[in-house]
Design a protein around this ligand. Structure first.
Ligand code: SAM
Length: 442
């Protein structure tokens, strides 16, 4: 959980409630900027990352830092001419160890003993891994202590602590910058993902924003699932991933909630958009969800026309940026060809005046239930449907349309949860599973 210092202490309490205080591991301070003159406060330079695990057992790959060039230069000065740099380290025991108290090559043991047993000492010596202090004549200076050689090539870097000062923010000039306000640097997410997962594991970012976590996961050969409430974020991630990885594979799921979302879906996948738009007017997609030539019909809306008969309305969906009167004429032709009672054009873009005139020319049909008349040709925009408008048509015939789910008997009422989380209709992007077979949907 990444946040700034204004929220981290409240969120920590919430996370304790969710995961349990025993699953709290670290509060990481990430220095994300240089100091600036904040008014009458210590300059705010850091964010907080709260690290919790689900239980006592968890994946942990000890994160290590590579040594900086300056550190190597100042510490690894030893050189025996074999191309390997080394530093000298203490050989004295930190605690009293009576069995390590022996004289070594004329050197008396330190007050607490040596760090190594006599056998290990002999092996180190045979491998030329002990440095002996010498007098000007070349003999051992037993008034000083021998030291052990530690070769740079054998060191795996320092363990990384909970204060991170080595990861810069995404600055305004960075090539990685996408323009998303809260974009995180890739190395930050890579460090977290590497520490807590292995290749083939699955990373979930339920607030994935511009997708730095999923990008890092893809890069590190993890499976991933990203969720965000905005289509903007999802389309940004799609582009980002396709730009970054030529062979990336993933699915996008989600239901538009507004014009922008609908437009995004129409651009992303014409057929998904049609099926979704058809469902908004309680119609059934033409020929199920099979793709292909549609002969001007995207869906059928089946309406009750008496006890046993149904009336049909043909639904045609237009997801483009422009609409024209020819579309209405075509739909009118399809109604006549199919002997349907009505036609409904669902458009993303507002209809033109000639389209509306064409609709009114088509006249009305009588309701099978008497009294009421309904327009034969209607146009509805996605925006109107999303704000609750309904087509002017007779009631649905349940038998001919989609079947309804059976009602469930619930013995115990579900208790509402305290913490709201992203609804499943937030768009979700998932990468196919890696390792153990290429499943399409994890
Ligand atoms: C700070 S950004 C996330 C950054 C991201 N985790 C990363 O590593 O780059 C927060 C995101 O949460 C999204 N969001 C807010 N409420 C949400 C909700 N209820 N469900 C899903 N996403 C939500 C926002 O649209 C925003 O893109």
């Amino acid at each position: 959980m990444h946040c700034d210092a204004t929220a981290s202490h409240y969120l920590k309490i919430l996370l304790d409630a969710v995961f349990g205080p025993e699953c709290y591991r670290n509060e990481i301070t990430w220095k994300r900027t240089t100091t600036h003159n904040d008014s009458r406060t210590w300059s705010r330079v850091a964010d907080t990352i709260l690290f919790y695990t689900k239980g006592k057992e968890f994946r942990w790959n000890t994160p290590r830092d590579s040594y900086s060039a300056g550190y190597v230069e100042s510490r690894y000065k030893g050189d025996d001419g074999d191309g390997r740099k080394y530093m000298l380290d203490n050989m004295t025991s930190p605690n009293p160890r009576p069995n390590m108290m022996y004289e070594w090559k004329g050197f008396p043991f330190p007050p607490l003993g040596w760090r190594y047993s006599k056998e290990t000492m002999a092996k180190l010596d045979a491998g030329n891994r002990i440095w002996y202090p010498k007098l000007p004549d070349g003999s051992f200076d037993t008034g000083k202590r021998p030291r052990v050689k530690k070769y740079l090539t054998e060191m795996s870097g320092g363990v990384i602590g909970e204060v991170w000062t080595d990861i810069s923010p995404v600055n305004s000039q960075a090539t990685e910058r996408l323009g998303y306000p809260t974009q995180k640097p890739l190395p930050l997410l890579e460090r977290i993902i590497k520490a807590s997962s292995n290749e083939g594991d699955t990373i979930l970012d339920p607030f994935c924003g511009c997708g730095t976590a999923v990008h890092a996961a893809e890069k590190l050969n993890r499976n991933w699932i990203g969720i965000d409430i905005t289509h903007l974020a999802i389309s940004l991630i799609e582009r980002r991933l396709r730009d970054a990885f030529s062979d990336v594979e993933f699915d996008v799921h989600g239901t538009p909630k507004d014009y922008e979302g609908a437009r995004d879906l129409a651009l992303r996948d014409k057929y998904q958009f049609q099926w979704w738009a058809v469902s908004l007017v309680d119609a059934v997609p033409f020929g199920g969800k099979k793709r292909g030539a549609d002969s001007g019909i995207d869906g059928w809306r089946y309406m009750a026309a008496g006890r046993t008969t149904v009336a049909k309305c043909i639904v045609s969906v237009k997801g483009g940026e422009t609409v024209n009167v020819q579309m209405m004429r075509d739909l009118r032709g399809v109604i006549e060809r199919e002997k349907a009672e009505a036609g409904l054009l669902v458009t993303l873009t507002a209809p033109t005046r000639p389209m509306q005139e064409e609709a009114s020319k088509a006249g009305f049909f009588d309701s099978p239930f008497g009294g009421k008349r309904h327009p034969r040709l209607q146009i509805m925009t996605i925006e109107a449907l999303l704000s609750g408008a309904k087509p002017d048509l007779p009631p649905l015939s349940i038998e001919a349309g989609f079947r309804r789910a059976e009602r469930e008997d619930r013995a115990v009422q579900n208790q509402g949860s305290l913490l709201a989380h992203a609804g499943l209709d937030a768009p979700i992007a998932t990468a196919p599973a890696r390792g153990g077979g290429r499943q399409r949907k994890p």
